[in-house]
Design a protein around this ligand. Structure first.
Ligand code: NAD
Ligand code: UFG
Length: 334
């Protein structure tokens, strides 16, 4: 059985589908602070299999003990808070969930002698990189409480792996996850105004928002708009299954980028989304967003070498799947 913390969320739900389809028993622990139980019902519907569910907070040792009293072989730890801007205003919440929550999980895993862990980290730990593509040994300069909370959790896991030989840990640094399951049944369901590009464009396409603000067209990029490494959430999920296999054979902590190795500009994403939804979308150029980096993308060669994993889906399929999800579920999971 695989314990997936935060399994009802955007990325977790896509991982659960693939785990079930690969024949794993799945136990989700989630407090539904940023997700809905309906997501898991749909996961079951896609996979045609049942999920075991515990509702609770990763900072609650009692609920972790209850989760780990199941025959859990490995944990995929996704539960966390993830909004850069919000983290500046609520740093304590971010350190509490992302750092204390992770510590609490590790302690519970030690009590139950479960030593295999896949951890969700983020490219945000690199901050503004000096060179691209970004390799895993690029110096880390997280620039927000969110980024620092992920960096701290990574440090804790690193020290843990050095202290006790039996821990097998893979830290995955995600680039920009987008897209949705091709069924249109699960996808990203942001609460309030979306912070990120793809969910915002989706809401412009569905008529929920009048226009996209493009944050700057004077960056040193071919069309002047910011460039990121967008990765289809299905590819990202597949990376977790590859990590679960790899950690069985590894004796050291592995830190691996999950990205495509290609960057796309805001304009390119907008154009691909217009092709997906079949209409022109309104936009306006506005000032740069404070803290934004001009461009970056991953060097994903370690993922290929160590996990045997490569991202397969292109920008057009990310936009097509995102639009299908948006069109079929204009109000998300409701
Ligand atoms: P999400 O918010 O959709 O999913 C996180 C899940 O964790 C939610 O279901 C939420 O209810 C749950 N959760 C939050 N706090 C909890 C707590 N204290 N106890 C139990 N459950 C809790 O986010 P996501 O996009 O699926 O991200 C998953 C992980 O990946 C996060 O750790 C995030 O930091 C990381 N990540 C996400 C992105 C991205 O752009 N989506 C990029 C890099 C890294
Ligand atoms: N952008 C717009 N308009 C918008 C939203 C975004 O022009 O309404 C632009 C941004 O300026 C940037 C690009 O679109 O150039 C991507 O922005 P996102 O907010 O979608 O993504 P970020 O790269 O800023 O950050 C995201 C997550 C971070 C995570 C990082 C890498 O928010 O938490 O990806 O995984 F760390």
């Amino acid at each position: 059985m695989i314990l997936v913390t935060g399994g009802a969320g955007y990325i977790g739900s896509h991982i659960c589908v693939q785990l079930l389809q690969a024949g794993h028993e799945v136990l989700v622990l989630d407090n539904f602070s940023n997700s809905k139980p309906e997501a898991l019902r749909r996961v079951e519907c896609i996979a045609g299999k049942k999920i075991h569910l515990l509702e609770g907070d990763i900072r609650d040792s009692t609920i972790l003990d209850r989760a780990l009293s199941h025959p859990v072989r490995a944990v995929i730890h996704l539960a966390g808070l993830k909004a850069v801007g919000e983290s500046v205003n609520k740093p304590v919440d971010y350190y509490s969930v992302n750092v204390t929550g992770t510590l609490n999980l590790i302690q519970a895993m030690q009590r139950h002698q479960v030593y295999q862990l896949v951890f969700s980290s983020s490219a945000t730990v690199y901050g503004t990189p000096e060179t691209v593509p970004i390799k895993e040994d690029t110096p880390l300069h997280p620039e927000s409480p969110y980024g620092r909370s992920k960096w701290m959790a990574e440090q804790i896991l690193h020290d843990l792996s050095l202290s006790v030989a039996n821990w097998k840990i893979v830290v995955l640094r995600y680039f920009n996850p987008v897209g949705a399951h091709p069924s249109g049944l699960i996808g990203e369901d942001p609460s309030g105004v979306p912070n990120n590009l793809m969910p915002y464009i989706s809401q412009v396409a569905s008529g929920k928002r009048p226009l996209l603000q493009i944050y700057g067209n004077d960056y040193p990029t071919p069309d002047g708009t910011g460039i990121r490494d967008y990765i289809h959430v299905e590819d990202l999920a597949a990376g977790h299954l590859a990590a679960l296999t790899a950690l069985k054979h590894s004796n050291e902590l592995l830190t691996i980028n999950l990205g495509t190795g290609h960057g796309h500009s805001v304009m390119e994403v907008l154009n691909a989304y217009e092709s997906a939804c079949g209409s022109k979308l309104s936009y306006q150029i506005s000032a740069r967003r404070p803290g934004d980096v001009a461009f970056y993308w991953a060097d994903p060669s370690q993922a290929t070498k160590i996990l045997g994993w490569t991202a397969r889906k292109d920008l057009q399929s990310m936009c097509n799947d995102s639009w299908r999800w948006q069109k079929l579920n204009p109000n998300g999971f409701c």
